[in-house]
Design a protein. Sequence first.
Length: 225
Amino acid sequence: MIKRTLTRADYFLIAANLIPVVGALFFDWNAKEIFLVYCLETIIIGILNLVKMGIVTAVRKKDKWYNNNSYTMQSGLFFMFFFLIHYGLFVAVQMGIFFGVSGMGDGTDLTLFSFFYKWPQLLTNDSVIMLAAFGIGYGFKMIYEFIRSGEYKTTPLMIIMFQPYGRIFIQQFTVILGSIFLSFGAGKIFIIVFAATRIFFEIYLNMDGVLSKAMSGMRKQSGEQ
């Protein structure tokens, strides 16, 4: 499902995704640092998604949890807890791939677990610029398309809960693909391929439409009108 029109938030995110490309091609930004920012970006999106779910929980308290051919009403806190554990596992897998590919922890005491409190030490000015651009872009998208539009009043929590997963699968695929380029010292080519893939799948592919279609199928299976 391809988006017919792009929003202002989409254009902002396109610009944010092009910043690493410009930095790598014209300012010699380190490909591993860009790699690190992409991993941290996944964590930022998870945090923002928890905020969205918290807003819905404050407004609606409960929502429908579909299971096989039926559904039950569950507290929004249940959705948030489930997302925190499940998404956290996906992030851990991605970070494991990142450490294996980048060699970021080689020769240091940095590990996958210590990374979560030592990561600020790895950021340079270039990394902060990239991370800030992504944070502002996704924050603007949440405010403009979720809060201001009133989507928080009607969007099912199950859809919100699964929204970040499409990008996780894309990110892990491109991380594996990127490892091939990095192993041959072609970091700049990797960044271009990565940015182009992300722009297409995250901006032009209508993931919300795919989730809505899946939700409609679950409603029919449960006999909901």
